[in-house]
Design a protein around this ligand. Structure first.
Ligand SMILES: [Zn+2]
Length: 289
């Protein structure tokens, strides 16, 4: 595993309003039933393997390239994009319903940098996946072992709650149970402790930030654009273009491997590289201290 800490994050302490961000289509809930689920329910923890010789995937920040992420009004930094002028974007993938082995091979063989935000009910296929992606062939196929394979391919496995609630509807204790419970589970099954948290639907409040911090989270990670089935990018900005430092959100949906190929080609055709989010965050947060 690449170095996962940003260093002692005493960082941010600000005052701005912590408003619930209503970002486009985090992830929907309910809908069609899972097509299949065959694997055993859970597997014992597996120690983290030493990371491969080639170093972390994706481009790394140049000295001085990344600006500090400045405190934005909370006990934790809330990040939607990385402050850089280099043509680099970051890929993040949420939930974890569809567990296509072909996607792991793609990530490993092409050394594509991604960060996964997993939630228990998707990983363990405890409910019905987001219907937006169509019927999946691999829903819950690998469960946590699938994410251990991604971990071994250099993918940080981060926190996206246990049950994918709208956290604005929950009190502090319930939010903390969702976030700490997820971190504990990831620690048990993956062997690493999440340092990033992505609130379902992008919805959060002041209590969410306090709860996340109490659970060992060092930053809330939002996004600037979502990627739809077919690799189409849905921007949250009016000019509908990729911008340096954008964080793109995908989901573990059917046809992810195909959509991913289309997306990566598109990003590269536009002259962008794929960045290593962990390394860029470390640079941005270190500079803020
Ligand atoms: Zn989600």
């Amino acid at each position: 595993m690449i170095g996962r800490r940003f260093g002692g994050t005493r960082l941010m302490r600000v005052s701005a309003g912590i408003v619930a961000a209503a970002l486009v289509s985090g992830c929907a809930a309910g809908g069609t039933s899972p097509a299949s689920s065959a694997a055993p329910a859970s597997s014992p923890p597996v120690p983290v393997k030493p990371q491969q010789k080639a170093g972390p995937p994706g481009v790394l920040p140049r000295p001085g390239e990344v600006k500090a992420i400045t405190p934005a009004g909370s006990v934790l930094p809330v990040i939607s994009s990385i402050p850089t002028t280099r043509k680099v974007v970051f890929l993040t993938i949420d939930d974890g319903w569809e567990q296509d082995p072909g996607f792991v091979r793609q990530v490993r063989e092409q050394r594509i940098p991604i960060t996964a935000f997993v939630m228990r009910d998707a990983v363990e296929a405890l409910g019905a996946p987001d219907p937006a992606g169509g019927v999946g062939k691999y829903v819950g196929r690998g469960k946590w072992s699938y994410f251990r394979q991604l971990r071994d391919a250099g993918v940080p496995i981060e926190n996206h709650t246990l049950t994918h609630p709208d956290l604005r509807t929950l009190g502090y204790d319930a939010q903390k149970a969702e976030i700490c419970g997820s971190s504990k589970l990831i620690r048990e099954h993956i062997g690493t402790r999440p340092t990033l948290f992505r609130p379902p639907f992008g919805n959060y409040g002041a209590g969410t930030l306090r709860a996340a911090k109490a659970c060992g989270v060092e930053a809330l990670l939002l996004w600037t654009a979502t990627v739809q089935p077919g690799g189409k990018i849905a921007y949250q900005v009016p000019d509908k273009r990729l911008r340096p430092g954008d964080i793109l959100l995908l989901h573990f949906r059917p046809n992810l491997a195909r959509d991913f190929r289309i997306l990566v080609d598109k990003i590269r055709r536009r002259g962008y590289e794929l960045g290593n989010l962990d390394a860029y965050l470390k640079a941005a947060l270190r500079r803020a201290k």
